[in-house]
Ligand binder design. Structure first.
Ligand code: SIN
Length: 305
C-alpha cells in the first residue's frame, strides 16, 4: 500500500483522506470547522449560505426518525457578506480545504454568492440545489434539468474554483440531473441531499415539524444514496462525493465501490465527532486487507461486469 494511500486529488482539491463534513452540520463558525478538521476530516463543507441573512423556520426544526432524523431548518444563515469574514478566518487556521455551500433564488443570485465565497478564499463551492422544502430554491431547481443547467453555467462563469453540485434524491432519474450539471460545467457532484419526509405525532394527530415536511438523513438513507451514486457512476465519469447515511468505515467503502471518490458525513457527526478518524482508519485497514495501493484503486469496483 502507498504511504499516502488515503490522500486523494478530488476535482483539483488535495484531500488528506476521503472524508468530509457534510453541509448543515456544525453551522458557520471557523472554530467548529477547526474542531472537525482536528477530528480527522479531509475537508469541511459549510452550512448553506445565501445572499441575505435568513432566520429560518420556527421550532421544532428537527425530529428523530427510525435510524435517522428529519430536519426542516429553513436555511437559516447570516448572509454571505457576514460569512466571508468567517471564511477568511477559517483559511488562517484550517489545514484542509473549506468548501462553501451556496444557495440562491436565481442563477444571478447563486453566482453572486458563489463569487463572494470564492473571493473570500473558499477552496471550492458546493451548490445546494436540492433543499427539499424551501420554496424558490432547492426542490424546484434540483428537479429541473433546465433550471439546474442555467445556474451551474452562471456560477461556473463567475468563479475559478472547483464547482460541486449537490443533487437531490427526490427525482425519478438522478442521472438526468447529473447530466445537466456536468454538461453545464460542474466539476464534481455530491449525491445526495435529504429525502423529503414527514413525521406525525399520534397524540396531537399533527405533523411534528413546524414546517410540516422536512428532509430525512441518517443510516436509513444509505441504500437510497448508494443507489444514486451507483446510477451516476454507471453513466458518467465525474468525481462523485457520496452522502447519505455514512456512519462507519464499511459505509464509506460501499460508497467508494459504488463509484464515489469521497464521502460526506453529516448525521453521524452529531453522535461522534471522532467518526472521521475511525472511518479513515477502517478504510486504511480495508485497503491493506484487499491489497489495494490507494483509495483510487477501489473506486467503482462494484461496476465490474
Ligand atoms: C435546511 O436548512 O432546512 C436544510 C437545508 C438542506 O436540506 O439543504
Amino acid at each position: 500500500m502507498e504511504s499516502n494511500a488515503l490522500s486523494i486529488d478530488f476535482a483539483g482539491l488535495n484531500l488528506p483522506n476521503p472524508t468530509m463534513l457534510a453541509s448543515g452540520i456544525m453551522g458557520y463558525s471557523a472554530e467548529s470547522f477547526h474542531r472537525i478538521a482536528k477530528s480527522g476530516a479531509g475537508a469541511v463543507v459549510t452550512k448553506s449560505v445565501g445572499s441575505q441573512p435568513r432566520t429560518g423556520y420556527a421550532n421544532p426544526t428537527v425530529v428523530q426518525a427510525e435510524s435517522g432524523i428529519i430536519n426542516a431548518m429553513g436555511l437559516p444563515n447570516p448572509g454571505i457578506d457576514v460569512f466571508t469574514e468567517e471564511i477568511k478566518f477559517s483559511k488562517t487556521i484550517l489545514r484542509v480545504p473549506i468548501i462553501v455551500s451556496v444557495f440562491g433564488y436565481s442563477a444571478e443570485d447563486y453566482a453572486a454568492v458563489a463569487k463572494k465565497a470564492a473571493d473570500a478564499g473558499a477552496d471550492a463551492v458546493e451548490l445546494n440545489v436540492s433543499c427539499p422544502h424551501v420554496k424558490q430554491t432547492g426542490a424546484e431547481i434540483g428537479q429541473s434539468p433546465k433550471l439546474l443547467a442555467e445556474i451551474v453555467q452562471q456560477v461556473k462563469a463567475a468563479i475559478n474554483k472547483p464547482l460541486i453540485v449537490k443533487l437531490s434524491p427526490n427525482v425519478t432519474d438522478i442521472t438526468v440531473l447529473a447530466q445537466a450539471a456536468v454538461e453545464a460545467g460542474a466539476d464534481a457532484l455530491t449525491a445526495v441531499n435529504t429525502l423529503r419526509a414527514i413525521a406525525i405525532d399520534a397524540e396531537t394527530q399533527m405533523p411534528i415539524l413546524a414546517n410540516k415536511k422536512g428532509g430525512l438523513s441518517g443510516a436509513c438513507m444509505k441504500p437510497v444514496a448508494l443507489r444514486c451514486v451507483y446510477d451516476i457512476a454507471d453513466q458518467y465519469e465525474v468525481p462523485i462525493i457520496g452522502c447519505g447515511g455514512v456512519s462507519n468505515w464499511r459505509d464509506a467503502v460501499e460508497f467508494l465501490l459504488a463509484g464515489a471518490s469521497a464521502v460526506q458525513i453529516g448525521t453521524a457527526v452529531a453522535d461522534d465527532i471522532e467518526v472521521f478518524q475511525s472511518i479513515t482508519k477502517g478504510v486504511e485497514n480495508y485497503l491493506r486487507k484487499k491489497n489495494a495501493r490507494s483509495v483510487k484503486d477501489i473506486v467503482g469496483l462494484a461496476h465490474r461486469k
